[in-house]
Design a binder for this molecule. Structure first.
Ligand SMILES: [Zn+2]
Length: 664
């Protein structure tokens, strides 16, 4: 009976997209979507069964819970792009963290780039900075916005630069670079670096950061902090500013002086946010923020500083829409983390940060987004609200080694201390969901999702080395396929003899043919391509771990999986690893190390990037019953239907709701 009364209203909403709110007779439907990157269904189900996720369990009972189909490959850039555009990767064109220039083979980021501003010789800005995304298609929130629906969009991964919204607000998350234009640049300062650590810094091989040696004169030292690049100078030259450090070894505090500021920080604590200005020229300054963590203050001194990230009130390139929104949030809450890669996994991997400091920071970062989301809910100035947390993914990547006894870095002590850090982050997520559920109004649709699940990463496979050993790839000057390999640091597909190479690997799971007419120096005749793809697929599916004789791939997908306008950019084969295996980071970057397999001795110990998609589903909860077999493409379509908006024809997702809004 109740639903029948809604039919005319629903029809009205369909005829008048974006209706609601203006008439007392019309219920103003709202949709709230919460994302928790990488939240794994097996772990969620185990915790629900143990009563550890009371709010998600409540949501399960209210509406439903199911596995959410991810993308091929089930990695965040690809998956969140399918979520955003309600289309398959073959249409949105994001296949991996890396893509290659098909003519020159040069690898570039897979999802977008930021170009710093160009300065005239006199120092004035000639061309403003600009960011671009390689993603094709229209986001469902842009579709809603064009139909008059106001959106609040908070930290949706890989949705940067911000969409030009007419009505709503968007604060970008993953994808926003630091002031140098990189994903992250941490600063590790210490008077106790080993010669190997210093050599790595000399050779600029500290991934995601830099090491600055502290050479104390008594208790004082002054170092230079390289900040913003000067676009007029050659790449790698930065505007520097002095940082003076005074150590009180007995009091275990550091006094920091820089840019006419003074700050004291106690051992094992985070500093508040601090502001920096880098005067690139008299006409162009870059404002930034960062924070410090004092790891060790005593006989040794070890200090960590976060990336220099955009000042929310004065970014040289906007990361919110409207541009002023990032500054308004600083007025509301004070300074806040603005970098998209908001958990410094690189620093933890390289011992520039401790597990405790990393987790403390993750908790603070989660709390900030929760506060913002709850405030925006209370303000009630939206009809579509989306907020996405990423700590659930980053903690899984970094702490899986403490939960898998078969992982080479597993220790019992570590397991005791950090074996449930991931569960802690899930419990935090559950708490956030509960607070949001308590604020919903009758008629609101709530969906909670993750973009993929998780696996252990125990052993790395050097795909390019395998291609060499099996005669598909050749290196210049090395004629024996049994031994040919690249040297340390020789990445980015350097040293390959393209005239003898039929296939190569790039990215976390992509295999490409060196195709004549497509690749710059292609040798594979198009007429032979299908046969070569089939042969590679068959042989890869037979690859076994020499230690266990187990197969390492559950699936190898060929390019037929990708249909659509961007399918031409897809890899020719995409790997689908079994539990425990992934491509090594060096092979992903286009190297071919000497060994075929390597035990994973990296703290980056859990992964999903090129796992078999069927075994790597995400989760989907809703406060209303949803149709089964849901995929990432369906949520936007469902939201648009629920809001009474017209759904674009190109969208490939389906409406998961059998009926329209009801005051359940
Ligand atoms: Zn991840």
């Amino acid at each position: 009976m109740y639903k029948k009364c809604w039919l005319p209203l629903l029809l009205l909403c369909i005829l008048l997209p974006g209706c609601g709110g203006s008439s007392q007779n019309v219920v103003r439907t709202r949709v709230v979507i919460l994302g928790f990157d990488g939240m794994d269904p097996i772990l969620v189900e185990r915790m629900m069964a143990a009563g550890e996720l009371p709010n998600l369990s409540r949501l399960h009972q209210q509406g439903g819970y199911q596995h959410l189909g991810s993308t091929i490959p089930p990695q965040s850039p690809t998956a969140w792009s399918s979520f955003a555009t309600c289309t398959q990767p073959g249409n949105h064109g994001i296949f991996d963290f890396l893509r290659r220039n098909v003519r020159s083979y040069t690898p570039t980021p897979g999802f977008g780039m930021t170009h710093p501003p160009e300065l005239a010789p006199d120092g004035s800005v000639k061309t403003p900075a600009r960011s671009l995304t390689f993603r094709q298609g229209e986001t469902f929130w842009s579709v809603a916005d064009k139909q008059g629906i106001r959106c609040k969009l908070l930290h949706i991964p890989f949705s940067y630069p911000p969409d030009a919204l007419e009505h709503g607000e968007m604060l970008c998350g993953e994808g926003v670079p630091d002031i140098r234009g990189f994903t992250t640049t941490f600063y590790s300062l210490s008077d106790a670096f080993t010669p190997e650590q210093l050599e790595a810094q000399e050779k600029k091989r500290v991934a995601g950061g830099m090491r600055i040696p502290l050479r104390f004169d008594g208790d004082e030292v002054t170092v230079k902090i390289p900040g913003s690049p000067d676009p007029r100078l050659r790449t790698g030259v930065y505007v520097e500013t002095p940082l003076r450090i005074t150590v009180d070894r007995n009091g275990r505090t550091l006094s920091l002086e820089f840019q006419e500021r003074q700050l004291t920080i106690v051992e094992k604590t985070w500093s508040p946010w601090v502001e920096w200005t880098f005067a690139v020229s008299p006409q162009f300054s870059v404002r930034a923020i960062s924070s410090f963590y004092a790891l060790e203050v005593g006989e040794r001194v070890r200090l960590y500083m976060t990336s220099l990230q955009f000042h929310p009130k004065e970014p040289y390139i906007p990361f919110s829409c409207p541009e002023t929104y990032s500054g308004e949030l600083a007025d509301r809450y004070g300074l806040y983390k603005t970098i998209g890669w908001s958990h410094d996994t690189h620093a933890l991997r390289q011992d520039a940060l401790t597990e405790d400091a990393f987790l403390e920071d993750a908790e603070k970062t989660d709390a900030w987004l929760e506060k913002l989301t709850l405030d925006e809910l209370d303000r009630n100035e939206f009809r579509l609200l989306i907020a996405v947390w990423t700590s659930t993914d980053r903690i899984a990547h970094m702490f899986w080694r403490f939960r898998d006894p078969k992982h080479p870095l597993y220790t019992e002590d570590g397991a005791k201390k950090y074996g449930r850090s991931l569960e802690d982050s899930y419990r935090r997520a559950d708490g956030t969901v509960g607070k949001i559920m308590d604020r919903l109004k009758p008629g609101d649709l709530l969906m909670v999702l993750s973009d993929h699940g998780f696996h252990s990463f125990r052993k790395g496979f050097n795909l390019n080395t395998w291609l060499i050993r099996n005669g598909y790839l050749a290196l210049r000057g090395q004629t024996d396929p049994a031994t040919a390999h690249t040297e340390e640091g020789q990445e980015l597909l350097q040293g390959i003899d393209w005239s003898r190479s039929r296939a190569y690997g790039l990215g976390l799971g992509g295999v490409y043919l060196n195709l004549k007419g497509r690749e710059g120096q292609g040798i594979v005749e198009p007429s032979q391509a299908q046969a070569l793809i089939a042969e590679l697929r068959e042989r890869l599916l037979e690859v076994r771990d020499p230690d266990t004789a187990e197969k390492i791939f559950s699936a190898v997908y060929n390019r037929d999986e990708y249909q659509g306008r961007a399918a031409g950019e897809a890899p020719d084969l995409q790997l689908g690893y079994d539990e425990g295996y992934q491509t090594t980071k060096s092979s992903a970057k286009g190297a071919a190390p000497a060994e075929l397999f390597e035990p994973n001795l990296d703290k980056w110990s859990g992964d999903h990037a090129s796992s078999e998609v069927a075994a790597t589903a995400g989760v989907l909860f809703a406060n209303r019953p949803l149709a089964s077999n849901a995929t990432l493409m369906d949520l936007g379509v469902t939201a648009l239907h629920y809001l009474g908006a017209t759904v674009p024809k190109e969208y490939e997702g389906k409406n998961l709701l059998a009926s329209g809004p009801s005051a359940k």
